[in-house]
Design a protein around this ligand. Structure first.
Ligand SMILES: Nc1ncnc2c1ncn2[C@@H]1O[C@H](COP(=O)(O)OP(=O)(O)OP(=O)(O)O)[C@@H](O)[C@H]1O
Length: 213
C-alpha cells in the first residue's frame, strides 16, 4: 500500500498556495512535510483526507494503492489523522472511546480489541478513566490507538508531538514511528521541528507560491 500525490496544486482566493507537489510514500514509511506557517501543510493533509473546504481550488490527484481517492467520500477513504490535540470524547471513558472508533464487530469483540490495544501501550489500567484524568502523553497514546482502531489505510500526522514535553515527545514519536512500520501503512508527518523527521532524506519543504492562478 503506497500513498501518492501527483502534481497537486491548491489555490485559495486566486492564489496558488505552494508549488505543485508530487511524492510517493511507501508502506511503513513516515514522510515529513515542512515549511513555514501558512504555506499550506494542513491544507494538503485535508485534501488527502477528503475534508478540504469548497473555498479551495484543487488540481492533481491523490492515490492509495494506485487508486484515486478523489472520487471517494471521507468515510470511504479510511485515512486516519492525528492532530496536536488528542481527539477524544470527554464524556466517554478511554475504553469507550476506542470501542466507538472500531468499525465492526460485537460489543464484546470491540471491548476485547480496545483492551488489547491499551495493553499494547501499557495503559490497560486506564480503561475506565475519562480523558480529563489522563496526562498529555497518555491522552496522545490513546488518541493514536483510537485512530488506529478505525483500521486506516494511511495515517496523516498534523504536528502531533508539538504540545508534548521533550521526554514524552520522544517516547510518543518512537511509538508512532514503530506503529506505522508494524502496521505497514504509509504516513505523512507535518512538523516544524527537524528532530521529528524520521528520515532526513524523506522530507519535502513546501515553498510559498505567490503566483496568481
Ligand atoms: N478553512 C479555511 N478557510 C479559508 N482559508 C483557510 C482555511 N484554512 C486555511 N486557510 C488558509 O490557507 C493557507 C494555508 O493554511 P494551512 O493551515 O494549510 O498552513 P500551514 O502550512 O499548515 O500553517 P501552520 O504551520 O501555521 O499550521 C493560509 O493562508 C490559511 O489562512
Amino acid at each position: 500500500m503506497s500513498l501518492k500525490l501527483k502534481q497537486v496544486v491548491i489555490g485559495l482566493d486566486n492564489r496558488q498556495l505552494f508549488e505543485p507537489v508530487s511524492l510517493t510514500v511507501a508502506a511503513g514509511e513516515v514522510f515529513s512535510l515542512m515549511g513555514h506557517s501558512g504555506c499550506g501543510k494542513s491544507t494538503l493533509l485535508s485534501f488527502i483526507a477528503g475534508t478540504l473546504g469548497e473555498q479551495f481550488d484543487v488540481s492533481g490527484d491523490v492515490l492509495l494503492d494506485n487508486q484515486s481517492l478523489r472520487p471517494e467520500p471521507v468515510e470511504k477513504r479510511r485515512v486516519g489523522i492525528l492532530f496536536q490535540d488528542p481527539l477524544l470524547f470527554p464524556h466517554m471513558t478511554v475504553v469507550e472511546n476506542l470501542m466507538f472508533a472500531a468499525p465492526a464487530g460485537s460489543l464484546t469483540e470491540k471491548r476485547q480489541q480496545a483492551l488489547t490495544s491499551l495493553a499494547d501501550i501499557g495503559m490497560e489500567h486506564y480503561a475506565d478513566f475519562y480523558p480529563r484524568q489522563l496526562s498529555g502523553g497518555q491522552a496522545a497514546r490513546v488518541s493514536l490507538m483510537r485512530t488506529l482502531a478505525a483500521k486506516p489505510r494511511a495515517l496523516l500526522l498534523d504536528e502531533p508531538f508539538s504540545k508534548l514535553d521533550r521526554e514524552t515527545r520522544e517516547h510518543f514519536r518512537t511509538l508512532v514511528f514503530t506503529t506505522v512500520a508494524r502496521r505497514n501503512i504509509p504516513a505523512i508527518l507535518v512538523t516544524h521541528d527537524e528532530d521529528d523527521v524520521a528520515d532526513k532524506n524523506r522530507v519535502l519543504r513546501l515553498t510559498h507560491q505567490t503566483i496568481r492562478c
